[in-house]
Design a binder for this molecule. Structure first.
Ligand SMILES: N[C@@H](CCC(=O)N[C@@H](CS)C(=O)NCC(=O)O)C(=O)O
Length: 226
């Protein structure tokens, strides 16, 4: 029996974004693999992710952190690689060399989207509304758009990032696209392929089960950037 615990932020403690995309990605992987796990929600606002207990699990004080009994893993890509190795059932990587190569490439490539997305999300999260500099929002949004365009292209080629089956790259990309939609990104206007991908993913049980507590009306931070 797995003894899995996912340490992730309490969404209510993350201003504006109200979600941790990398933590959500790991949670989606656990759900897709239908593994038993528990979530330990940490208040970011109260600094619980940097408590002595958490720093013992991850000296960098970041989340997600996954424990499997006495084993602690941090860094999102390490966590999903560990999950695939320890719990291969319901694989989230293809089993042929060409498709696996593509799936791994896309998974690691999604780190660029993550860097650009987190740059923008962190700024919005850490800056009080009145102090927001519209030029800085634009600058960060442009970098994010530059990355989104790659994925718009890839999802025009195939349903998923590596062929016709879901793999880790898809759940990674999805969390950033969903967070962007929450911030008001008009997907249908600029990203029709991403929009279709986003809607397909939204129908998955894993996504429905773990959907962040977002209000139905998106913010407008990304409504007019570009
Ligand atoms: N490289 C890490 C970064 C994850 C990350 O950016 N986590 C954010 C939350 S979304 C975090 O823990 N921030 C807390 C901090 O930097 O103090 C990973 O992939 O797991």
């Amino acid at each position: 029996m797995p003894d899995l615990t996912l340490y992730m932020p309490d969404p209510a403690s993350i201003r504006v974004i109200e979600c941790s995309p990398p933590s959500w990605m790991v949670q989606l992987a656990l759900e897709e693999k239908e593994l038993d796990y528990q979530v330990r929600s940490l208040s970011f606002a109260a600094g619980e992710h940097r408590s002595p207990e958490m720093l013992a699990r991850n000296p960098r004080g970041t989340v997600p952190v996954l424990t499997d009994g006495p084993i602690a893993v941090y860094e999102t890509l390490a966590i999903v690689e560990y999950l695939e190795f320890a719990y291969p059932a319901a694989p989230l990587l293809p089993n042929t060399n060409p498709l696996r190569a593509l799936a791994l490439t896309r998974l690691h490539e999604s780190s660029h989207l993550k860097t650009a997305g987190m740059g923008l999300f962190s700024y919005l999260m850490k800056t009080r509304g009145l102090d927001l500099d519209p030029n800085e929002v634009d600058r960060l949004a442009v970098a994010f758009h530059d990355e989104l365009f790659y994925w718009e292209y890839y999802y025009g080629i195939s349903q998923f990032a590596a062929g016709s089956a879901l793999s880790y790259a898809d759940i990674s990309v999805f969390t950033y696209v969903a967070a962007a939609a929450h911030l008001g990104l008009p997907l249908d206007e600029r990203y029709p392929n991403l929009k279709r991908f986003y809607e397909r993913m939204k129908g998955r049980i894993s996504v429905v089960t773990t959907w962040p507590p977002w209000k139905p009306t998106p913010y407008a931070y990304l409504a007019e950037t570009m």
